[in-house]
Design a protein around this ligand. Structure first.
Ligand SMILES: *[C@@H]1O[C@H](CO)[C@@H](O)[C@H](O)[C@H]1NC(C)=O
Ligand SMILES: *[C@@H]1O[C@H](CO)[C@@H](O)[C@H](O)[C@H]1NC(C)=O
Ligand SMILES: *[C@@H]1O[C@H](CO)[C@@H](O)[C@H](O)[C@H]1NC(C)=O
Ligand SMILES: *[C@@H]1O[C@H](CO)[C@@H](O)[C@H](O)[C@H]1NC(C)=O
Length: 286
């Protein structure tokens, strides 16, 4: 029973295949340049012109109408053929160029040519050419020798310490020359990652406070002057105090003297000497 069904199915399939083949009698025999040959059940080998780019084969030429009677149909939107062909359908255009994969459209799809994608700015094609890769960025301390293009990645070099530097991470910036410091300046060189810092020595030394430089000299002068003035004031005060004290001392002495002599003191300065001499004399005699 099962065998009978399988047999019938096989026969039916064969019949269908045969009928399909007979409805499309094309059997390609050969092709050569712009022509091709097919075998026609009734007419034998027939040679026709191929279809031009932008079209596909609709119907073979007939041996009665000549080789150029091939019927070609134009490619529908979204499909293309780029060469002489005997295709029954045009090929589908490739997917749109995906921006987020670093691609951009170089040529749109037209009936005679497929869409062409390239790598957008900042990207280059992989070796296999099927992906776009973002250009390498040269790190700080490295500069660009060759900027990348659509086919080549960036080429970086190490900046020369003391001569060049790069303080940015960039796919385009080369190493820059370091600033030259003036004769009176001191260079504080970096390791190729930043520019030389030129500083006048007093700024360098001031923090350490170990040397007498311009600024310290000024402060020293101010200190010296104020000390001097202070000293002067101190001396004057001391003199004044001493004068006053001696005045009192003299007055008391003079008081005693006056009591003895009965004279009136009018000039205190003259009395200092007198009083002192009297006092000293009296000290000596004691
Ligand atoms: C058709 O061409 C093929 C290949 O060139 C050849 O072998 C065959 O004999 C040809 N048939 C006829 C009917 O000319
Ligand atoms: C483009 O590529 C991204 C990442 O591969 C993917 O997520 C996105 O679906 C793609 N878009 C299209 C329209 O193919
Ligand atoms: C990319 O640059 C390389 C050399 O750096 C060069 O040989 C190549 O032709 C360039 N490609 C394009 C598309 O400009
Ligand atoms: C100042 O001090 C710094 C560190 O504190 C040191 O590197 C530098 O050599 C010193 N400069 C001088 C002139 O002493």
């Amino acid at each position: 029973m099962t065998c009978t069904w399988i047999f019938l199915a096989t026969v039916l399939t064969r019949v269908l295949i045969v009928s399909c083949q007979s409805s499309t009698p094309a059997e390609f025999v050969s092709q050569d340049g712009d022509t091709y040959t097919y075998r026609d059940a009734a007419e034998g080998n027939v040679t026709c012109l191929k279809c031009p780019p932008g079209t596909h084969l609709g119907k073979h030429c007939s041996p009665h109408d000549g080789r150029s009677s091939t019927i070609c149909h134009p490619c529908q939107r979204g499909s293309f053929t780029s060469q002489l062909n005997v295709l029954s359908e045009c090929s589908r255009c490739r997917a749109t160029c995906n921006d987020s994969e670093g691609r951009m459209t170089v040529k749109n799809c037209i009936p005679s040519a497929d869409r062409k994608c390239g790598c957008k700015d900042g990207y280059h094609a992989s070796v296999s050419r099927d992906t776009c890769i973002r250009h390498t960025e040269c790190a700080r301390g490295y500069g660009v020798i060759h900027a990348g293009n659509s086919t080549r990645d960036t080429v970086c070099e190490k900046c020369q310490i003391g001569k060049t530097y790069s303080d940015v991470t960039s796919p385009t910036e080369p190493c820059k020359r370091v600033r030259m410091c003036g004769a009176a300046e001191v260079a504080q060189p970096s390791l190729g990652q930043s520019d030389n810092e030129c500083v006048v020595p007093e700024t360098v030394n001031h923090g350490n406070g170990t040397s007498v430089d311009g600024l310290d000299m000024t402060m020293f002068m101010v200190f010296f002057m104020s000390s001097f003035i202070g000293l002067l004031v101190l001396v004057s005060v001391a003199r004044a105090v001493r004068t006053k004290w001696r005045g009192w001392h003299v007055q008391s002495v003079v008081g005693e003297v006056s009591a003895e002599t009965g004279s009136v003191v009018s000039d205190p300065d003259s009395f200092i000497l007198e009083a002192d001499s009297k006092h000293l004399v009296s000290d000596d005699t004691e």
